[in-house]
Write a protein that binds this ligand. Structure first.
Ligand code: PLP
Length: 423
């Protein structure tokens, strides 16, 4: 039943685009409207004082702690600032190196650089996440932290990663921006590291447009984090009994606070997270069942899922037989009006000229200028070959919890039609 591809002038599978694959925003409703309306009616958009503060940012922190089983959470202005806060609170900064995966968003590397440390890139495996067997070779005396990034809701293999971090005394930070709700062996992602961070940007599982959160269990960490994110102040000191015995942690801070308006939306979104995941799983299963045998027969492989029970299923990620086929497949899918994209433009994070050529914002080249001579850090294409290969061949179909049965069937029809011609 081969039919002419839309890219070659045929009739597209769909007349209209699929619903936008923004999981959290796609289920915005009266709840979010009521929550922000309350903030506006109280005339109190700032979390720490105002006419009649509703306490939405704080409520959100409480919900995050409960969900992840962590002691402390701090809402922040973005996922990027949450990462910077975590690194600074952990005492990571000048003179330090931080291992990050070769496959991640700019923010992971940018946060390390903003904290004054230098990124070291680790190769990935078929899961698209950092390969635990590649970590140890990268560790030297300057490596003080490791940031794991579960890509698109697929958990990292935490057992070996935690073993290495504890044995080599390296601080583990989970950048879970893309993985609200993911679990590993029954435990929430975000419950493993000294810190975990999340984002509320539009592409993430839940969204307030902008926003983030950092979680940790140690009172001295949350105090440093809070001070750094709020001009050096710690307005709630009396509430954390344990911190009374800590030495004063005075430091010069920034403003990385979350507004009450974003906090109000975030509270409603986190209540919907389980519903979002349940629907995404149904959508992913339906589509995958319809396309997997045909695609595998044509040499396509599906990304390995580390823990199927803990995958939040926001994407179907595939590796095409060649980079050329990946590009052709995607373009043909778009012509059929079925959203399909390449993660990170098919490139590793370090392929970005700013990172490959070590171009920070600082006029003297800080933080890269700290490592010179025998200690100089070298970046070059080819340094993480598996990541370069997998990314070059990746094609993904982003999913939304609001996809109907008809939407799912259209995706299947489009994939099979395109596969027939392109693969
Ligand atoms: C989105 C994202 C971030 C940054 O989040 P923002 O809220 O956009 O600052 C950090 N890390 C990863 C892996 C992300 O996907």
């Amino acid at each position: 039943m081969s039919s002419k591809l839309a890219i070659n002038g045929g009739v597209p599978v769909r007349k209209e685009a699929l619903p936008g694959a923004y999981p959290g925003a796609s289920v915005y409703g009266q709840e979010e409207i009521d929550a922000i309306t309350e903030v506006i009616k109280r005339k109190s958009p700032f979390r720490y004082y105002g006419v009649d503060v509703a306490g939405k940012a704080e409520e959100f922190e409480g919900r995050v702690c409960e969900r992840l089983g962590r002691k402390f959470a701090l809402a922040s202005s973005s996922g990027t600032s949450a990462l910077i806060i975590a690194l600074v609170a952990a005492g990571i900064g000048s003179g330090d190196k931080v291992i990050i995966p070769a496959n991640t968003f700019y923010a992971t590397a940018g946060a390390v650089i903003a904290a004054g440390a230098v990124p070291v890139y680790c190769d990935i495996d078929d899961s698209m996440n950092l390969d635990p067997t590649k970590i140890e070779a990268l560790i030297d005396e300057d490596v003080k932290a490791l940031v794991v990034v579960p890509i698109l809701g697929n958990s990292c293999d935490m057992d070996p990663i935690m073993e290495i971090c504890s044995r080599r005394k390296i601080t583990l930070i989970e950048d879970n921006a893309q993985s609200w709700g993911s679990t590993y062996k029954g435990k929430p992602c975000g419950s493993f590291g000294a810190f975990a961070t999340y984002s509320l940007q539009l592409n993430k599982m839940i969204t307030a447009g902008e926003g983030g959160v950092v979680v940790t269990d140690r009172p001295e960490y949350i105090e440093r984090a809070t001070r750094f994110h709020d001009q050096g102040t710690f307005r709630k000191k009396q509430k954390y009994e344990e911190t009374k015995n800590q030495p004063d942690q005075v430091l010069a801070g920034q403003n990385y606070r979350l507004s009450e308006v974003a906090g109000a939306i975030a509270c409603e979104q986190i209540k919907k997270l389980d519903m979002i995941i349940e629907n995404l799983r149904r959508v992913k299963q339906t589509i995958k069942n319809g396309i997997q045998p045909t695609l595998e027969a044509k040499g396509v492989t599906f990304r390995r899922i580390t823990d199927a029970d803990g995958d939040v299923s926001n994407t179907i990620m595939m590796y095409m037989p060649s980079p050329e086929k990946a590009v052709a497949f995607r373009n043909a899918m778009l012509a059929e009006n079925i959203n399909c994209t390449h993660l990170y433009d098919r490139k590793t994070i370090y392929a970005a000229p700013s990172l490959l050529e070590k171009k920070p914002a600082d006029k003297n080249g800080f933080p890269f200028n700290q490592f010179t001579g025998a200690k100089a850090v070298h970046y070059e294409m080819g340094m993480c070959p598996k990541a370069e290969d997998l990314l070059s061949r990746n094609v993904m179909i982003p999913l939304a919890p609001v996809f109907t049965e008809k939407d799912c069937q259209d995706v299947i029809e489009g994939v099979l039609k395109v596969a027939e011609e392109i693969l």
